[in-house]
Write a protein that binds this ligand. Sequence first.
Ligand SMILES: NC(=O)c1ccc[n+]([C@@H]2O[C@H](COP(=O)([O-])OP(=O)(O)OC[C@H]3O[C@@H](n4cnc5c(N)ncnc54)[C@H](O)[C@@H]3O)[C@@H](O)[C@H]2O)c1
Length: 326
Amino acid sequence: MNIGIIGCGVMGELHAQLAAECGHRIVACADTSRSKADGLAKPYGAEALEDGMSLTSRPDVEVVVINTPTPTHGKFIKAAAENGKHIFCEKPLGRTAAECEEAVKAAKSAGVKLFVGHVVRYFHEFETLKGLVEAGKAGKPGFVKTYRGGMAPQGEGGWFRDVAQSGGVVFDCSIHDLDWIRYAFGEVERVFCQTVHETQPDVIDYAMVTLRLKSGVIAQVIGTWAHPSGFRVKAEICGSRGVLQFDSAETAVETHMRKTASGDAPSVIVPGSPVDKSPYLLEWEDFTKWLSGKGEPRVTPEDAVSAVRIAEAALESAKTGAPVTL
Ligand SMILES: NC(=O)c1ccc[n+]([C@@H]2O[C@H](COP(=O)([O-])OP(=O)(O)OC[C@H]3O[C@@H](n4cnc5c(N)ncnc54)[C@H](O)[C@@H]3O)[C@@H](O)[C@H]2O)c1
């Protein structure tokens, strides 16, 4: 299908490459930074634009891929849906649950497909853990513990470090685990969160979210943007028959680092995977299958709204110091 990319930064570049790998054609690339739009459009022979909104109404675009800072997702989803385009949107679906609900409603009433990039569902380590739990290898699950993060990402103009835009480590990074825990262990009942958050002299954003699930499972989700460098992921599940665990420091998980313009530190780290097919490619294959009318995707728009709702509850809890019941 013909693809239009909005947001030509780290994820825009990756998604253009993966869409092309799945046989799609990149026809237009939009970014408020002209040089980024030009840089991404050129190798695909696509048209470069500065205005993402105008991309959503182009007759030659069939699928809009949204890779802009989180608070802008909603307006692009709504415009794309109103113009009858299918949509791939990076996670989080939006900056608030209310925005997300509106976006999902717009896609539903336009009858277009909306896929959200909750990529952890496609990481083989996490899929293996889920499969082992379902096969009863850990017995009845009691506790789940996840850990994700490293250095604080920057993004174009430093938007990741602006909590109003990214929601900080809980909303942007831990949301991967919040989604995966709900996917693997079921609905969340109650959320409690504590954070350490400083911006001077450098960003320290570290959070622990505790979830009580309807099944009685307790989950602890640690997210960090407090380290000077690197990226690490861990997961541990304790059930009545034993413990399952994964630690990226013990396996060859490569990371894809983007340098900042000054070259002094990476801007964003996109976790890689040592397996043949990257989880980001698996995500595109799933979306492509759905576009061609075969099957349902592993992530539904409602899943993405639920993830935002849990992350939003965590931020509320961090602010008030009290647990939030969903
Ligand atoms: N799934 C993952 O592993 C993963 C990893 C990193 C980021 N993300 C998500 O992907 C999205 C993009 O993150 P990124 O790392 O690519 O950020 P980035 O800063 O590298 O890129 C964002 C791009 O959007 C452009 N932009 C900003 N506002 C715009 C607008 N209104 N119209 C058009 N272009 C605009 C910026 O100029 C920039 O080039 C975010 O939602 C982020 O949370 C997901």
